[in-house]
Design a protein around this ligand. Structure first.
Ligand code: URA
Length: 223
């Protein structure tokens, strides 16, 4: 699939290093390419696709950790790549802190609930836009098959857990359909509220712990 190569020029180094697609055997019947074709052809997004660029997920298509953001911002719309603007810089800093040795970086995939910029003022996605995006996001997750999903902020959290209050599950690691899910802040929240940084660091430390535990479990498994 195209994005992995064409993006190497614009995505931060640490993230690029986690983007080696392993070409693993998959159990799902639909490819990521087909998921994204379906999204772009869906009339539910006609009001956005006439103005904004489609921004697919990017990264290691066999990733261990999949991050779900809200929707592309201005820079992402210009580049056609998720998390390449200021929010992406924060995300990269956090990952570098937890995985200072690039060789230890787990496979990472970055995507958004809504795959078009929602408007010039980056409004919250409408409920109808979220609802229309869910089947594609589900297919995307099934195809990448990560063992950890990180929900960045209220919108992805509401998408996964509509009945929950964000602050009640923030920082928690939940079990969902055989995967772990960590709920945390959107990186843009840290840009504007630096006081949340220590808590954010704690959340990212949990990512490091889950990855380490998973590796250990894999290493100690018998044949
Ligand atoms: N914010 C998001 O939620 N996603 C992006 O891709 C960029 C900023």
């Amino acid at each position: 699939m195209e994005p992995v190569q064409s993006v190497e020029l614009v995505v931060p180094l640490s993230v690029v290093c986690a983007m080696i697609a392993l070409g693993a055997q998959r159990s799902s019947t639909i490819s990521l390419e087909e998921v994204y074709e379906g999204y772009q052809a869906d009339p539910a997004f006609d009001h956005l696709s006439s103005t904004y660029r489609f921004v697919p997920g990017i990264g290691n298509t066999d990733a261990d950790v999949l991050f779900v953001g809200e929707a592309p911002g201005k820079t992402e719309d210009t580049m056609g790549v998720p998390f390449v603007g200021p929010a992406g810089d924060i995300l990269e800093e956090m990952l570098e802190e937890v995985f200072p040795d690039i060789a230890n970086l787990p496979g990472i995939y970055l995507t958004n609930v809504l795959k078009y910029r929602p408007g010039e003022r980056n409004r919250d996605p409408h409920v109808s836009e979220i609802q229309a995006s869910i089947p594609y996001l589900t297919q995307e997750i099934n195809e990448v098959n990560p063992y950890l999903i990180v929900l960045l902020g209220r919108i992805p959290t509401r998408t996964f857990y509509p009945g929950e209050v964000f602050k009640n599950i923030r920082g928690k690691v939940l079990d969902r359909r055989g995967r772990k899910v960590l709920v945390t802040y959107h990186p843009a929240a840290i840009l504007y509220h630096r006081d949340k940084l220590p808590e954010y660091q704690e959340h990212f430390a949990k990512i490091g712990e889950i990855v380490a535990d998973h590796r250990l479990a894999g290493a100690t498994q018998g044949p």
